[in-house]
Design a protein around this ligand. Structure first.
Ligand SMILES: Cc1cc2nc3c(=O)[nH]c(=O)nc-3n(C[C@H](O)[C@H](O)[C@H](O)COP(=O)(O)O)c2cc1C
Length: 369
């Protein structure tokens, strides 16, 4: 017999797939996204609607809880950067079932993003084509909003360099990062240095080891007490990746987000999410975990569509996972489905908690997915 949660998730899934998604997928993805944000803001502004959302979507279990760098995280499934760019949904993301969320990427200056069509669905690839170019309201406005929020889950802030011609100068680029960093270092639960946006003017200069070192040296001087993560590209060569890992060891870096969108596709500009990143992300997680003996916290991001996908990333070395694309193709019920599925998978493999399963695929052949 189906459990209450399974039944609820099944009903939500059927409603999403047979009603909401077919309607939404007939319209421009960015317009639909903006509409969802507006609806989310409304739902987040009333206690009653928050309770309704929670009873429709929330799922919790003791085995999913972790203490990560002092953050109490109720489950390992987070919202990846790029969905709530302006931090408008932080009051409701925990009710939908996320254990943590990352807002942004935020840039120091307000930014309109790239012109023209900049978001498309690729259903046959289970991916999204993204060329948004870091559109956001700017660090100060988002800081003011976050200050007033009543969040119930850890909120990370992803920081990128403003997408404009001036910040292509590397010194200006670094001070642009640092300016946002200072603004959020007190209010965010963790901070992410996004050095891997594939859609900004001047490319990804801070994946260059020397520039990466200079950026981290300046960030060290800001004496932030919050955990710092670096979000990396899935397209890095092994040589550059090794350098980035090595340099990170000389600075105040607590972990890596593996990974951002991939630029390896034949659609010209932009980056791809979802299935197109899945294997690359899995590879990065395992590579970093093995190379650093689990020293860093790893957040696995890219192509999570099921509990099995999330579990694989965890067993490869991810302490936490994040998603966007899976939720768009399968609905917000996916978060609870993954969490519920993770509890079953942990039990099946004899683990009492997520932390026991982290990295297990690297040192044992049992329980292979
Ligand atoms: C619409 C969209 C916007 C995104 N914007 C950002 C961003 O601003 N900053 C960032 O670090 N990653 C951004 N990403 C990348 C995601 O955070 C994530 O790394 C990637 O999509 C892989 O996860 P997924 O397959 O679950 O979507 C964006 C992704 C999508 C789909």
């Amino acid at each position: 017999m189906l459990s209450r949660t399974k039944l609820r998730n099944k009903i939500n899934g059927v409603i999403y797939k047979s009603l909401i998604k077919p309607i939404c997928f007939r319209f421009d993805p960015e317009k639909v996204h903006n509409l969802f944000i507006r609806r989310g803001v409304f739902l987040a502004s009333h206690e009653t609607t928050k309770k309704i959302i929670s009873s429709a979507y929330y799922y919790g279990d003791k085995s999913l809880e972790q203490d990560i760098l002092g953050m109490k995280i109720k489950n390992p499934v987070g919202l990846a950067a790029g969905f709530d760019k302006n931090g408008e949904l932080v009051n409701i993301l925990g009710k939908i079932g996320f254990g943590f969320a990352e807002i942004g990427s935020v840039t120091d200056r307000r930014c309109a993003g790239n012109p023209g069509i900049r978001l498309s669905r690729l259903p046959e690839k289970k991916s999204l084509w993204v060329h948004l170019g870091l559109n956001n309201e700017g660090a100060m406005a988002i800081y003011e909003r976050l200050k007033k929020s009543k969040r119930d889950i850890p909120i990370g802030v992803s920081i990128a360099k403003t997408n404009c011609i001036e910040t292509a100068d590397n010194k200006i680029g670094i001070s642009d990062y640092c300016s946002s960093f200072k603004i959020f270092s007190k209010i965010a639960d963790y901070i992410v240095l996004n050095i891997s946006c594939p859609n900004a003017y001047g490319g990804e200069p801070f994946t260059n080891p020397e520039l990466y070192d200079s950026l981290l040296s300046k960030v060290d001087k800001l004496q932030c007490e919050k955990p710092i993560f670096v979000k990396i590209s899935p397209d890095l060569s092994k040589e550059v990746l090794n350098k980035i890992i090595e340099i990170s060891g000389h600075h105040r870096v607590h972990g890596f987000i593996c990974s951002n969108l991939t630029k390896k596709h034949n659609l010209g500009k932009g980056g791809l999410s979802g299935m197109a990143v899945k294997e690359k992300s899995d590879f990065l997680i395992s590579y970093i975990y093995r190379k650093t003996f689990g020293k860093y916290i790893i957040i696995g991001t890219g192509g999570i569509f099921s509990a099995e996908d999330a579990y694989k990333k965890i067993r490869l070395g991810a302490n936490l996972v994040q998603l966007i694309t899976g939720m768009i193709y399968q609905g917000p019920n996916l978060i609870s489905e993954i969490n519920e599925g993770l509890v079953q998978l942990l039990r099946k493999d004899g683990y009492r908690s997520i932390s026991e399963a982290v990295g297990s695929a690297n040192y044992s052949d049992k329980n292979k997915n």
